[in-house]
Ligand binder design. Structure first.
Ligand SMILES: [Zn+2]
Length: 328
């Protein structure tokens, strides 16, 4: 009796395993981003990158080095390959700090998922992992944790790398965590110098995606919306998801040229920044109070899911956005 039961159980297990295996491989393209983007992992990335231990992640410091190692280890766990001629995930270079004149050596952290059928066509997904560091003196909190700016965006890059590794991609995706954005878009500008921009069909930059946007829950806005049809493609892909993308409402803030998307846009790449933060009234922007606890984890997770869904037709090669118009 026992043996028979065991045999039946074993058979049932075998059959159910086969069925679930089959359904996974057949429906991998249609798997819902809401299943594959895990809110616990999102929380872990965010709280690690924004922790006091990273000392505000200023380029050239020991604090940002800890963040660099964390991102490298995550890229390795996911199984990303390296970019171009680089031997590892680091694109290390030295630049002069415009304000102090000192030489700083720092690294962009770059990983790649090679495309299946269109490997010569690149989509970049980026965010900056540097921030302002620490106050030199004073009382109380001295650390600019930069949870929203831009640990939230880097969290998105890591979550999307894992997601696209699982669902697959027709175009090659380059995942980049840029350094020295806060010193003047320096990491992304350096990256731009080493590429053939014509091969980059789109740039997806994530910046401050941790607070509910002024358009309400389940919304984000896109910088430079009218400069290419990238935003319209995203809007089309989000129909029916309950999530909406709007044009950047803060025209006089000139945000299109204030984040890393601009470095590739200046080379003609339709490269835009997704954000959710009401920057006009945000009291934590570039303050030591920009802490993980001030962010809404649901907003971050849903926004990453929306970026996954919204960019799907670009990643798989069905849509190609128009080249960007960059008059400043
Ligand atoms: Zn930023």
């Amino acid at each position: 009796m026992k043996k028979i039961v065991t045999l039946i159980l074993a058979l049932t297990f075998f059959i159910s395993c086969n069925v679930s295996k089959k359904s996974t491989s057949n429906s991998s393209k249609t798997l819902d981003a809401s299943v594959l983007i895990d809110s616990n992992l999102v929380r872990k990335h965010l709280y690690t990158l924004a922790s006091d231990d990273m000392e505000g992640r200023k380029s050239g410091t020991a604090g940002i080095e800890k963040a660099a190692v964390y991102i490298e280890n995550e890229f390795k766990k996911i199984g990303l390959s390296t970019f171009g001629e680089l031997e590892d995930y680091r694109q290390t270079f030295t630049f002069k700090n415009r304000r102090t004149g000192e030489d700083i050596t720092s690294s962009n952290i770059i990983g790649v998922l090679e495309g299946k059928s269109k490997k010569g066509e690149y989509v970049i997904i980026s965010a900056h992992y540097d921030h302002l560091g620490m106050k030199k003196s004073g009382e109380g909190d001295l650390i600019y944790n930069g949870a929203n700016d831009d640990a939230s965006g880097v969290t998105g890059v890591l979550a999307l790398a894992k997601y696209f590794k699982e669902v697959g991609n027709e175009r090659t995706i380059v995942f980049a965590a840029f350094t020295a954005e806060e010193m003047g878009l320096i990491g992304s500008t350096h990256f731009g110098k080493g590429i053939d921009a014509n091969k980059f069909v789109a740039g997806i930059n994530l910046e401050m995606i941790g607070k509910t946007s002024s358009f309400g829950p389940n919304t984000a806005w896109l910088s430079g919306f009218e400069r290419s049809d990238f935003g319209k493609i995203i809007q089309k892909n989000l129909v029916g998801t309950g999530y909406q993308l709007f044009p950047d409402p803060y025209k006089n803030f000139n945000l299109f040229f204030r984040s890393d998307n601009a470095s590739l846009a200046r080379l003609g790449v339709p490269s835009h920044t997704f954000s959710t933060t009401p920057i006009d009234v945000d009291k934590d922007y570039h303050k030591v109070s920009d802490e993980a606890e001030t962010l809404n984890m649901t907003v971050i997770t849903q926004t990453i899911q929306a970026v996954a869904k919204g960019t799907e037709s670009i990643i798989d090669g069905r849509d190609t956005p128009t080249r960007v118009i960059v008059e400043e």
